[in-house]
Ligand binder design. Structure first.
Ligand SMILES: [Zn+2]
Length: 373
């Protein structure tokens, strides 16, 4: 039975003297192969992925050693600062309270260094190209890592990101387990030319990240590879590197939603099996029909007035233009009676995320839907 090598990686020391650390569960197969890196809880309220990782550990340790190939690295609770943060009863940790940044918009991006792409692609196999370019990325990142030992010290976000990315940058497959901050379905974000890989997860749906917010963990990892593929295509030598990154959104925030967790667990297992890292006859090669959408299909609705939400539609519901989405009980300071504001859908599509909070200032997020194309 394979047991993981458990590595405890010091992260930083708190003012109280306590040490924060990451703990990495490394499964190594009998045979060499690709590396999958899976982390959970980068945003503090998004806890469901830790359960997926626990279940993956149970699954992997029950296998025969010969069922594993390559490496699977699992990092639960990958952001101790975010995980431990509270506001009253609520774990909010999306933003660093110290620096004000979103914990998932801080990552080192090779494409933003004075990065170069390999110039001669002609005599490289696809795997040879991946290895050559990976060494180039890691050599550039080595300068970041060297800064960890500087006597001058590093700002918090840089200290954190460098430590976390040092675990992941040499992976072939990267899976970042998030959830909604609110109440949502189980879905994922994927990148160009990764439709086949995305569908292996067979969640409720997938969204193509064809526009970036900037410096997210998955994005910083995959962008250089997408640039390399674009260069190869421009040179008339199209390549599809076997390097993939996905962010899974596992249902509702601050909760372990059993349906979303089970779907995501089955999805991650199927992905690892189909990618050849784990043998498991229970996962037969099939062609999941998971629907995929581009990012512009996602439409968010914000409160059109201040007030208290009385009725709102649930995640998963289908709507047509004109169907009711929510009702806002809106009070005023104009000497008038309170009124009900009814908000109706502008789109046909399905609801995939709904705010947990039911009290709104005008302009606050209420819900999101995927509009039919
Ligand atoms: Zn998140």
């Amino acid at each position: 039975m394979p047991q993981p090598h458990i590595q405890t990686q010091p992260l930083l020391q708190m003012a109280s003297g306590d040490l924060l650390a990451l703990q990495i569960y490394q499964f190594k197969g009998k045979t060499a192969g690709r590396k999958a890196y899976i982390q959970a809880n980068l945003h503090g309220a998004e806890i469901a992925g830790n359960v997926v990782i626990y279940d993956l550990i149970q699954w992997l340790t029950a296998k025969d050693a010969s069922d594993l190939a390559g490496e699977i690295w699992l990092v639960p609770l990958c952001n101790p600062m975010g995980v431990n943060q509270r506001s009253h009863h609520f774990p909010t940790g999306r933003y660093s309270t110290y620096e004000g940044q979103d914990w998932n918009r801080i990552f080192w991006d090779y494409a933003k260094t004075d990065a170069t792409l390999p110039t001669d692609l002609s005599n490289l196999t696809a795997d040879g190209l991946v290895e050559t370019f990976r060494q180039q990325i890691l050599a550039s990142f080595a300068a970041e890592q060297a800064e960890l030992t500087q006597i001058q010290g590093l700002p918090l976000h840089k200290l954190y990101r460098t430590t976390l990315q040092s675990l992941a940058l040499d992976a072939d497959y990267l899976i970042d387990l998030h959830s909604s901050s609110n109440r949502g379905l189980a879905y994922l974000y994927y990148f160009d030319r990764r439709e086949d890989g995305a569908r292996l997860f067979d969640l409720d749906f997938g969204i193509l990240l064809d526009k970036y917010d900037g410096d997210a963990f998955d994005e910083a990892f995959i962008k250089p590879w997408l640039a390399l593929e674009a260069l190869a295509a421009a040179k008339g030598q199209p390549q599809r590197c076997e390097v993939e990154a996905y962010t899974l959104e596992i249902g509702t925030g601050m909760k372990v939603d059993p349906v979303a967790v089970e779907k995501s667990l089955q999805g991650v297992k199927n992905y690892l099996v189909q990618k050849g890292l784990v043998k498991d006859a229970a996962f037969m090669l099939h062609q999941p029909k998971m629907p995929l959408y581009s990012r512009h299909c996602s439409q968010r609705y914000y409160a059109t007035a201040g007030g208290v939400i009385q009725h709102h539609i649930e995640p998963g519901a289908r709507v047509q233009p004109g169907d009711p989405l929510y009702e806002l009980l809106s009070f005023n300071k104009t000497g008038d009676l309170p009124r009900i504001v009814e908000v109706r859908s502008q789109h046909s599509g399905f609801i995939y995320d709904v705010s947990t909070s039911e009290v709104m200032n005008q302009g606050e997020y209420v819900l999101a839907l995927i509009a039919d194309e």
